[in-house]
Design a protein around this ligand. Structure first.
Ligand code: RNT
Ligand code: ZN
Length: 419
């Protein structure tokens, strides 16, 4: 180990000790917190079905070369990104990344066997999503809430199958596979009747969730519903809004997924966690960075990210709320984008774990809000980075710009072969 890094860590350890934080315990805790990497940044959410020019309901901009074109390339890219992150690893799959050419609504775990074998081999967890978008069976941008029954039925079947796939994956890997539902259904302009679409969605979801998981099955899978405020092309009305899914989830015993880009710009997802988690069993986050709108920029250590992670720490939520990433940027190297987002998330998690939260809390309980505020700001500058570099060094992960250089070498030696 690099001597300077070890010395810096020892110093940081003594600083944290003054505030009653045991850095070695923090390191052990950090190891246990999984971050689920969204596979779809690797190919701009195109999938492997060769659907050609079918309309997409996700807006990805940029034309950086070398997107992954098949499972082997996508897996290699993900491995490269993971080699730059110290977090426990999960991969978030979408059904459009099946590697057998079965219809989107006729898939089983066998269509994802290469992913499952790979995850097993590398000790990664997996999460799952049905891709209710970018497909000929999308009907004017609608799936589960379409006015057309045949359209709804097609996607209901896909939803039912996704639960079987997710459960099977969870069992294979011996850990919970979150199954996320996001549908783009909505309207550009003001609907004449909002309730009609929401009733159709309720009927579709009721059919999908007709099977209630047993206690045993719940160890291996959970369904989460991802609401959204608006999308490009659905500015006036999104059927699956946050309120809709929250209400549906509470009534029906399913979970929710909160995407940090899916709310009004001044709403705080950090504030929502303690409001919602006590009333639902499963909560997943899609961590993203929105610039003015749901732009899905690469995650950085900004105030939003830190406030979410601090809330997970302060509310003791790290084993109760799952962290997934969700961003895509086709203007920069996609592997580097993943690495930047993974590292920023990991550092924000570490920052939160190292925070002497108990002292802030003590000040609050003593009614000393002056001290609470003082400490909050004071703790912004504790030596997190010394601990961070120690973690990277002890796992053999490149530190600082060396991480980017590794991606640059990968681009030169491997990615360029794709052109
Ligand atoms: C879209 C949602 C959704 C997707 C992925 C591809 O606004 O955030 O999570 O990004 O499922
Ligand atoms: Zn999302």
């Amino acid at each position: 180990m690099n001597k300077k890094i070890v010395e810096n860590y020892e110093h940081a350890k003594s600083v944290y000790k003054i505030y009653g934080v045991d850095t070695d315990k923090v390191l052990a805790l950090f190891e246990q917190i999984p971050v689920s990497l969204h596979c779809w940044n690797g190919d701009d959410i195109k999938g492997f079905e060769g659907l050609g020019e079918v309309e997409s309901q996700n807006l990805v901009t940029g034309n950086y070369p070398y997107p992954a074109r098949n499972g082997d390339e996508l897996r290699a890219d993900i491995e490269m990104a993971f080699s730059l992150s110290p977090s426990r690893q999960k991969v978030n799959l979408h059904s459009m990344y099946a590697e057998r050419q079965n219809p989107r609504n006729d898939l089983t775990i066998e269509d994802f066997q290469l992913w499952v074998d790979w995850a097993k081999k590398n000790n990664y967890g997996l999460d799952f999503n049905t891709s209710f978008f970018t497909h000929p069976m999308m009907n004017k941008g609608f799936s589960l809430a379409s006015l057309d029954k045949a359209t709804r039925d097609y996607w209901i079947k896909a939803g039912i199958d996704s639960r079987k796939i997710s459960l099977a994956i969870g069992k294979e890997l011996g850990q919970k596979c979150y199954n996320n539902f996001w549908i783009p259904d909505g309207l550009k302009d003001i609907p004449a009747n909002r309730l009609r679409y929401r009733e159709l969605l309720t009927d579709s979801l009721d059919q999908i969730f007709a099977h209630k998981y047993t206690e045993e099955e719940r160890k291996y899978t959970a369904d989460v519903l991802e609401g959204k405020l608006f999308g490009i092309g659905t500015e006036s009305f999104v059927v699956g809004s946050h309120d809709y899914y929250l209400a549906y989830a509470i009534k029906n015993g399913v979970g929710v997924c909160m995407d940090t880009g899916h709310y009004h710009p001044t709403e705080s997802v950090a504030d929502k966690l303690s409001a919602v988690r006590p009333f639902i069993n499963d909560l997943m986050l899609h961590v993203t960075r929105s610039v003015r709108w749901d732009s899905d920029h690469v995650v950085l250590q900004d105030d939003e990210l830190l406030s979410v992670m601090k809330e997970l720490k302060r509310g003791n939520f790290y084993d109760k709320i799952a962290i997934g990433l969700d961003f895509f940027d086709a203007t920069i190297n996609r592997v580097a984008a993943w690495a930047i987002g993974l590292r920023a998330t990991a550092k924000a998690i570490l920052t939160s774990l190292l925070e002497p939260t108990h002292l802030i809390d003590e000040a609050e309980l003593n009614g000393d809000f002056t001290e609470r505020l003082f400490l909050m700001d004071e703790f912004e500058n504790l030596p997190v980075n010394a601990v961070w570099e120690y973690i990277l060094e002890s796992k053999g992960i490149p530190i600082g710009i060396e991480a980017l250089k590794k991606v640059q070498r990968y681009e030169k030696e491997e990615l360029t072969k794709r052109s």
